[in-house]
Design a protein around this ligand. Sequence first.
Ligand code: G6P
Length: 602
Amino acid sequence: MCGIIGYVGRKKAAPLLLDGLKRLEYRGYDSAGIATVADGIQIKKDQGKIDEIDSKLDLADMKGTVGIGHARWATHGEPSQRNAHPHMDADRRIAVVHNGIIENYEELREFLKSEGYKFKSETDTEVIPHLINYFLERGNGLEKSVRLTARRLKGSYAIAIAFADDSNKLVVVREQSPLIIGIQNGGSFVASDIPAVLPHTNRVLILEDGEMGIVTLDDVQIKRVNDGKDIQKEPMEIDWTLEMAEKRGYPHFMLKEINEQATAIQNTLRVSEEELNRLAKALGESDRVYVVACGTSYHAALVGKYALAKLADFSAEVVISSEFQESCIPRKNDLVFAITQSGETADTLKAVRVAKEKGSRAACLTNVVGSSITRISDLVCFTHAGPEIGVAATKTFSSQVTYLLLLAHYMAKDRGYITSKGYREKVSQLKKIPASEKDFLERITPQIEKLAKKYRNLSECYFIGRGIGFPIALEGSLKLKEIAYVNSVAYPAGELKHGPLALVEEGTLLLALVTPGSARERMIGNIEEVKARGAEVVALAPEGLNEVGKHVEEIVSIPSSREIFSPLIYVLPLQLLAYCMGIERGYDPDKPRHLAKSVTVE
Ligand code: G6P
């Protein structure tokens, strides 16, 4: 969701900014633009895909060694040339790009209009350059004018500003929206996230809320917005490589990341026992545990809930982050445990803040070092899945599930439900899963491709699962919506008879997840129920379960595993199905319409 890139250095800025924008495309956007500083400010911007805008406007052909770029995901004002960033003041002295939402923009707009300022766009962002201009006009210097402006803004923002009067400087400000500075000799980058600067550097300074950065050719200074006081900060070394964030021969990031799941799981499995112990203790010592998450992370959280209950006799309440403050009453001895791959999802950050205000402790499981969630959590855990670029989460889901399965086993040992030896055995079984995943993916790819062809004109379908298979049904259904735009709904199979069965008629497609374990027989019963009403059923079932084959159109056989590990394997054909259906139907799986990788607005 909205991406920022900026450069100050010795090289021509525009081609670097264009490259950075392309690396930010995965966040989701509808328009883009660049401003550079050379004899004043030049701006090129438009609605549409970056490649289309580039071929129309030749974005790389702009003079100057300092500039800012933006990929916009519309919030205030429709996607259009006029509303695309960068935005300028009327004197063309200040160019601004902005991620986030200025909540008090209407009030600021009215104030500025009363001072004679004229607005060209419908965006909340445009108040920023005008306000900076207002303070400059009153004799304040550039940096002070930015600070005074930031102090008037309410909401969430990451802002990068270029100035016609100082062609060697960018100023950036952060409040509840990610912003980093990539440090390099002879020039630095600013960006909303790490992959945009990886081709140039992996030394990054992560700005925190209420901080501003002043970036020049040879220097980066960090100051407090409130009083302008200097802040000393050391850059972090990020261990992601450029290669990790590129397609490496795959046609899409989504397919690459589906295939990287085995490696992601292996990396997650390297978590130290100390970290697991700290988290297990925090969970165990709390009166109540709320697990908050959105989208795919929510489904991983549900797998965690089942695993904690089944293995460790431990109950956690899993809540969709945006519903947390409406439905939960966090208290002093409670723990809110946020699961978020990006660490930047606004709804999840909000849920944690709400819980902390009530005195609860906060823990998080995230994939991004230095992300916002790590700053507000008392206990921070990482999945180490490597950068995920595809908008639809795949490998980070497997990593989150792996981490939660490890945690559940660790707690089972701690609470005396398994012995230390038993724990070690289970962990070594878990460690064997990545190898079987690779073979499995290869084996099922032709079958899934055929299925995607067969059902390419599908308009709706249902996913059913039981027990730990239910969160995977939810995830399979979400993937199909996001990537293939098929209207799909997931139900616990036991709920069919309480309503959804009424929708089943001749030819209705159901994807049935027959996971191993106690619920298996009842799932077969559910399949019979829908078949009797004319449904077509594609079943995912353990290898050798021949009786399922008797009832269904197609069976995708899944290598045998413990029930508790089955989510890691069952999710693969479903991710692949969504990917192949998306391709069959002519969509770009890396850029699903209206969706963003990291949703930084509530
Ligand atoms: C967006 C993405 C999803 C992701 C969800 C939660 O909706 O498109 O793929 O699952 O956000 O993201 P998080 O970073 O909090 O895990």
